[in-house]
Design a protein around this ligand. Structure first.
Ligand SMILES: Nc1ncnc2c1ncn2[C@@H]1O[C@H](COP(=O)(O)OP(=O)(O)OP(=O)(O)O)[C@@H](O)[C@H]1O
Length: 365
């Protein structure tokens, strides 16, 4: 029996994307098929390079082709990816090349929101995505320090568009409100300055093409946060919390705020979930147990992951070397990678569900 494209496609119809619940052929993910004698090579295009199930889908494709076509020789499956734009982004004329905009928010300060935003951004870039990060935390813009960029760097202009060029480090593009706002500016001035600056970050910065643009919002749910989430055309939000009761009370307010302005909450990150003593290996639940997990269950949200308290994470922030980049084999880096992949999968699912044509079932008379 000679091997044809049709035979291969029939085999790949048996492989489902576990997140999108459809087969790869229906999802239009098979981009190339090459047949050389009995050897077959296939290129599969996923909806994100940070797909947590990449390895499984690849194995399933190889198995399906070998099962359905017993005569086949060597089978090679190459995984590629093209991130799809969210519906809000398709309508966003300020950021035409940006496919998804994600806010990282928290109910209260000090829970590790900026640490999570930085490590998620770098993790997505390490997986091959094009990533930008906007530090919109007017109370304490800490992103430049965490990325090893000095506080008032020189900003250059793009010679063609005349727009500001974002800075780059660890494979991500970054702009911080700290570059524009005077450190001594009183807090009452910061609100109007923040909204103005955020708009400028979208209209006057040459972001070029980005798969994910992440906003590190100020903590809390006051007027400034509300103005920002109404100003930024968001794909969705990630809410960071500790497991502690006082943090959970505030995080509920953050979830409600996003609901009120119709921004999907893509998931909860529970930070500082536990501490493993390096000398004894004993676990301590310093801020309580599973507070973020229970909150996610209560609001039917995805728990993107639980991160331990770890000295190397803090040191990475202070030294401007995010742990996902500087110690990629550490357990903490793996947790951040897992969370960023879960987030990328949630974005893909949301974008697919919102853009998929709805099947109308007409009821007969
Ligand atoms: N998992 C962790 N393990 C150890 N230290 C952490 C962890 N997460 C955050 N930190 C540290 O806790 C402090 C607060 O973190 P971060 O600045 O990210 O919080 P934030 O919520 O953005 O705060 P703010 O309200 O000031 O914006 C920092 O010193 C950071 O290095």
């Amino acid at each position: 029996m000679s091997i044809s494209n049709e035979l291969i496609l029939n085999a790949l119809r048996k492989v489902n994307d576990p997140d999108l619940h459809k087969d790869l052929v229906t999802l239009n993910m098979i981009k190339e098929i090459n047949i050389n004698n009995n050897d077959v090579s296939v290129v599969v295009e996923l909806t994100t390079p940070a797909c947590p199930l990449k390895g499984k889908i690849e194995e399933d494709c190889v198995a399906a082709i070998k099962n359905e076509i017993p005569d086949v020789g060597k089978v090679q499956v190459t995984m590629s990816a093209k991130v799809q734009p969210s519906l809000t982004q398709k309508m966003n004329q300020l950021l035409p090349g940006v496919k998804n905009t994600i806010a990282v928010a928290s109910g209260k300060g000090g829970v590790g929101k900026s640490t999570v935003a930085v490590n998620l951004a770098v993790a997505l870039a390490l997986d091959g995505a094009k990533v930008g990060l906007i530090d919109a935390d007017i109370y304490g813009p800490s992103i430049p320090t965490m990325l090893g960029i000095n506080n008032k760097p020189r900003i250059y202009q793009d010679p063609v568009t005349q727009k500001m060029l974002p800075l780059e480090n660890y494979g991500i593009k970054v702009i911080s409100i700290g570059f524009l706002i005077d450190d001594d500016a009183p807090v009452i001035w910061r609100g109007p300055m923040a909204s103005g600056a955020i708009k400028q970050f979208m209209s006057d910065v040459h972001w070029d093409e980005l798969d994910y643009l992440i906003f590190d919002l100020p903590p809390g749910t006051g007027d400034i946060q509300l103005t920002l989430v109404q100003t930024i055309p968001l794909t969705g939000a990630v809410v960071v919390t500790t497991p502690q009761e006082v943090s959970i009370v505030d995080v509920k307010k953050a979830v409600s705020m996003f609901k009120r302005v119709n921004v999907p909450v893509l998931g909860i990150v529970e930070n500082m979930s536990y501490f493993i003593a390096p000398d004894t290996g004993k676990r301590y639940d310093i801020f309580g147990t599973d507070g973020g997990k229970k909150l996610a269950e209560e609001f039917s949200l995805k728990l993107l992951g639980q991160l331990p308290i770890n000295q190397k994470v803090r040191e990475g922030g202070d030294n401007g070397k995010p742990i996902v980049f500087s110690q990629p084999d550490s357990e903490q880096a793996n947790k951040f990678m897992e969370i960023s992949r879960n987030l990328a999968a949630e974005i893909s699912k949301n974008n697919y569900n919102l853009s998929a044509p709805k099947i109308e079932i007409s009821m007969g008379d």
